[in-house]
Design a protein around this ligand. Structure first.
Ligand SMILES: NC(=O)C1=CN([C@@H]2O[C@H](COP(=O)(O)OP(=O)(O)OC[C@H]3O[C@@H](n4cnc5c(N)ncnc54)[C@H](OP(=O)(O)O)[C@@H]3O)[C@@H](O)[C@H]2O)C=CC1
Ligand SMILES: CC(C)CCC[C@@H](C)[C@H]1CC=C2C3=C(CC[C@@]21C)[C@@]1(C)CC[C@H](O)C[C@@H]1CC3
Length: 572
């Protein structure tokens, strides 16, 4: 710690701290010296160190700042626990050092403090050693980083009152109706005879017969049960989730990739056995209706049941007290039925795998109708299968997403997972099946390249962050810039994560564009997916940005100063 000696101001600060602490010890001999300064330090902490200070300087400055702070017995108001713990360590050391210095610098001190004994002094020395070890470790870990400046301030305080997203209860209310209406409208705008979002689709005469039947119910519930069964099979890794508010971690069975393989193999067997699998496509609207009704019913059950669980199990978002908003976002964070985690299951299994199954059944139907495999339909199906296979292969990465750790399980995710994903994300294949539109190979080749570029950006950036989170000391990060944060975690500011805040979203969007390009340029509505996705990811980036700002405070600002662009380098 060579800088310690270099700064005369800091030495003066320490001297002041010692003399104040010594006089404190004299005047109140029976009170514990190590407890009270912690709170005082918070209320009195002077201005933050200059941006150019090193990590070591800041710790030392904090020692000087917090040491001469005696009285206030109340707890500090609102700081992150890790920040509090960090400061407490620093304050404890300072106070212990002060006591030891005062005691050992002369017998005078001991004379004024009759409760002290040699054993107490020995224990203080022991504590001092321990504290100085901790402080050295802290300084070492902060100095390892090649970022010159440490985080200067604590995360922002949380606002009072409910914090609404999606434009609050009004936005949530509108979305509850708008989302299903959009799924119906967009799909109804694509029929064999015409595919245009601008022509208002006509409603069938017999509404119920066109949109509902019991066979569709059986297919839907059979599919859900089959996927639930695969999800609870004691096969595959058991992975720890993120730490919970209530303490501990939940375990998640990760066998999604196996579920995909089994489902696709099952489809192959059904085709081989000449079972009427294309019924699934014929009953597209009926299945969509069953899934929509189920999503409403399921979200109501989730909302009601969330009132019977302990408050520790509630989500940070989705507990505003407003019925509509909470129903939309979801109150309970990780509702479970036995071994089945409902949110994790719905996010990855029935909808995501159902989407790919639907795609392949459309390929089959196209073959049955035309005797050929339309190349662009096959291509987009392969692209989407790769996307879903990737999500399931890296299934445990979902455990760190805001959907799992922040949002409750309510209508938004329920409907999104079970209706929006399978019935809207399959729009391009459905258009290609309905319209019979094809493209020559020389148009398909650049589309393959675009999809591969998108996938590469998406996968490499996601893998880089996942590895960094698991093992920040991995040699691949040795020359990379990182931003330390008060939580002890660092932010990667080099590599993919030095280009923009969300390189993974960029890759995802490029893939979305490639999927739509397989449908040519004749129909705007086949571009619905990349357009909606752009809105979703911009909004999602902003939500995540807010959450990271709250989590990491000034460190996040520092990261944002270092990495200027959000999603599109040099544009946004
Ligand atoms: N197809 C679809 O409909 C959708 C797809 N997606 C895709 O899912 C994937 C996951 O997305 P999502 O969870 O939204 O977002 P991210 O994978 O970007 O995760 C965000 C979290 O990563 C951590 N983080 C952010 N920046 C850094 C950094 N510089 N260094 C280290 N950690 C950082 C933070 O968490 P912490 O610090 O706590 O680790 C942050 O909260 C993406 O690839 C996205 O494209 C997402 C939504 C919808
Ligand atoms: C329509 C609503 C306003 C929003 C619905 C959102 C959901 C469709 C998405 C929320 C987060 C999702 C994620 C994925 C699929 C879409 C939903 C459920 C992935 C599983 C897609 C594959 C990626 O590799 C991981 C994604 C995680 C988030």
């Amino acid at each position: 710690m060579p800088r310690r000696e270099k700064s005369p101001n800091k030495s003066r600060g320490r001297e002041r701290a010692r003399s104040k602490s010594a006089s404190r010890t004299k005047s109140s001999p029976t009170k514990s010296p190590s407890r009270r300064p912690v709170t005082r330090s918070r209320s009195r902490t002077p201005s933050r160190p200059a941006k150019t200070s090193s990590a070591a300087e800041v710790v030392i400055q904090e020692v000087n700042q917090v040491a001469p702070t005696p009285r206030t017995p109340s707890r500090p108001k609102s700081r992150s626990p890790s920040r509090a713990a960090q400061k407490e360590t620093v304050v404890t050391k300072r106070t212990v050092v002060t006591s030891v210095v005062s005691s050992s610098s002369g017998q005078e001190q001991a004379a004024h403090t009759p409760v002290r004994s040699s054993s107490r002094i020995a224990s203080l020395i022991e504590k001092e050693k321990e504290a100085s070890y901790l402080i050295k470790e802290q300084m070492k870990s902060e100095m390892i980083t090649n970022m010159k400046t440490p985080p200067p301030s604590a995360p922002k305080k949380k606002e009072k009152g409910p914090h609404y997203e999606f434009m609050g209860p009004i936005g949530a209310f509108l979305l509850i109706f708008l989302l299903p209406a959009t799924v119906y409208y967009v799909n109804m705008a694509c029929r064999k005879t015409k595919c245009s979002i601008l022509i208002v689709p006509s409603l069938p005469r017999n509404f119920v017969a066109a949109f509902f039947d019991t066979e569709a119910c059986l297919i839907f519930f059979g599919w859900m049960a089959f996927q639930a069964l695969l999800a609870v099979l004691p096969v595959g890794r058991l992975v720890d989730g993120q730490p919970l508010k209530s303490g501990g971690k939940l375990k998640y069975r990760c066998n999604g990739f196996l579920a995909l393989v089994v489902s696709l193999a099952g489809l192959g067997v059904a085709v081989y056995l000449k079972l009427p699998v294309t019924k699934v496509v014929d009953k597209f609207f009926k299945l969509m209706t069953v899934a929509t009704i189920f999503s409403f019913a399921f979200s109501i059950c989730l909302y009601v049941s969330s009132h019977f669980v302990s408050s520790k199990k509630l989500a940070p978002g989705g507990n505003s007290g407003n019925f509509i908003y909470d129903f939309f976002i979801g109150r309970e964070l990780n509702p479970r039925v036995g071994p089945l985690d409902l949110k994790f299951f719905c996010e990855l299994r029935p909808g995501l795998i159902g989407w790919v199954m639907m795609d392949w059944i459309m390929v089959l139907k196209a073959y049955q109708e035309t005797g050929t495999f339309p190349p662009n339909l096959v291509l987009v199906t392969v692209f989407q299968t790769l996307y879903v296979a990737d999500a399931l292969w890296f299934e445990d990465a979902i455990l760190t997403t805001m959907d799992i750790i922040h949002d409750g399980f309510g209508f938004m995710l329920c409907f999104g997972d079970l209706v929006w994903v399978p019935f809207l994300y399959s729009l391009q294949p459905r258009f290609l099946l309905e319209s019979g539109f094809t493209l020559p190979w020389y148009c398909l080749a650049p589309i393959v390249v675009i999809n591969l570029i998108g996938y590469m950006i998406f996968r490499l950036s996601n893998s880089q962050k996942n590895l960094f989170r698991k093992d920040p000391k991995h040699p691949v990060f040795s020359g990379m810039e990182t931003v330390p944060t008060q939580t002890g975690r660092k932010l990667l500011a080099s590599g993919w994560w030095g280009i923009c805040h969300k390189p993974n979203y960029l890759g995802d969007l490029i893939m979305a564009l490639a999927w739509s390009l397989t449908t040519g340029f004749g129909h705007i509505f086949t571009y619905f997916y990349p357009l909606y996705f752009l809105v979703l990811l911009i909004h999602r980036e902003r939500r995540d940005n807010e959450q990271c700002a709250a989590k990491y405070g000034a460190s996040w600002e520092r990261y944002c100063q270092r990495v200027k662009y959000r999603i599109f380098p040099y544009i946004y």
